[in-house]
Design a protein. Structure first.
Length: 73
């Protein structure tokens, strides 16, 4: 928890991309996971937490815009 908070407070790039992942990677390795497994967990967490909701939002935005376009004619 401390690593995640520190990662968001002291970010290196906009949005904390990089610092949060590095702090999560350090946390997983300190908990005893191998570095490769910890890195794959961090990437999986980023995909689930950021990319999947963004893709779902774009999908529903397309459906909504199509519905609005059909109603306007």
């Amino acid at each position: 928890m401390v690593y995640s908070v520190a990662g968001t407070l002291f970010f290196l790039t906009p949005g904390g991309i990089g610092a949060v992942e590095i702090s999560s990677l350090l946390l997983y390795t300190k908990l005893g996971l191998e570095r490769e497994i910890a890195a794959s967990l961090v990437l999986l967490d980023r995909c689930i937490g950021f990319l999947f909701p963004s893709a779902m939002g774009l999908f529903f935005l397309a459906i909504l815009s199509r519905k609005i376009a059909l109603e306007s004619y």
